[in-house]
Design a binder for this molecule. Structure first.
Ligand SMILES: C[S@@+](CC[C@H](N)C(=O)[O-])C[C@H]1O[C@@H](n2cnc3c(N)ncnc32)[C@H](O)[C@@H]1O
Length: 230
């Protein structure tokens, strides 16, 4: 507890496995605060992932003129995409669609994709519960099922931004390969756990894929990987 207090005095940001003394302007931005905390209210807790959300909002704003919809693969309870939608003055007047791919099961999977009997608060409580979280937003499409089966139905989907958050290396590689051609030039891909501690299999597999396919990944201090397709 004292350690945490000292950290808070020394640093401008402490959370999500890192701390920084740099000027973290977005934390004081009213619009950011509004979208972040409104989404916390919806899900009922604060996941303390401000930098990840900052990156997601940054990406969504940067692809506004890039053709294609926004896609999240691995939605769970929906926190990241709620923040994205809340960051728009009025998402319902925007043009892009949001596609959410998940089994929407509440049971955790391990890094090999094996379903366990444990539950995670980041996973869906139920499909209906996650849907309810998004009830105020138009043009949100839920694609329920295992991505190994569902993605093939969306061969023609044009994508400007992809948020990949499955915590399961093989499924992430599969998804990235399957949707790569669908992503517009200038489109942004955020890999939620690319460099995150404990997610070494994901780093290894996606890093290999980047060499094969020739894309570059920016690693950010909060552990995400960011790709700009060109
Ligand atoms: C960490 S959670 C996503 C959290 C979410 N992005 C957020 O912002 O709160 C990972 C999600 O990936 C989903 N998932 C894992 N493997 C999957 C698969 N093969 N097909 C579909 N969904 C899968 C899980 O159901 C889980 O909801």
């Amino acid at each position: 507890m004292i350690k945490n207090l000292v950290r808070k005095i020394l640093y401008n940001y402490v959370g999500d496995q890192f701390c920084t003394s740099h000027n973290v302007l977005f934390l004081k931005d009213r619009e950011f605060q509004r979208s972040y905390y409104k989404s916390c209210e919806t899900i009922g807790f604060d996941p303390n992932i401000h930098f990840r959300i900052h990156q997601i909002i940054w990406a969504a704003k940067n692809v506004q003129k890039i053709p294609g919809d926004i896609v999240e693969i691995g939605t769970g309870i929906g926190f990241s995409m709620l923040c994205l939608l809340n960051s728009f003055k009025n998402w319902n007047k925007e043009k892009k669609n949001l596609y959410l791919f998940d089994t929407f099961s509440s049971f955790k999977r391990d890094e090999f994709g094996k379903i366990s009997s444990k539950k995670s608060k980041y996973y869906a409580k139920s499909f209906e519960h996650t849907k309810e979280n998004f009830k105020n937003f138009k043009r949100v499409h839920f694609v329920k099922g295992d991505v190994f089966k569902t993605l093939v139905r969306y061969k023609k989907l044009k994508i400007s931004m992809l948020h990949l958050d499955l915590n399961y290396a093989e499924a992430e590689v599969f998804s990235l390969k399957a949707f790569w051609k669908n992503i517009s030039n200038g489109g942004i891909i955020i890999l939620d756990d690319f460099a995150y501690i404990g997610r070494e299999r994901q780093s290894y597999y996606i890093n290999n894929l980047s060499k094969k396919m020739g894309f570059n990944i920016l690693i950010v201090p909060s552990g995400q990987g960011i790709i700009v397709k060109n």
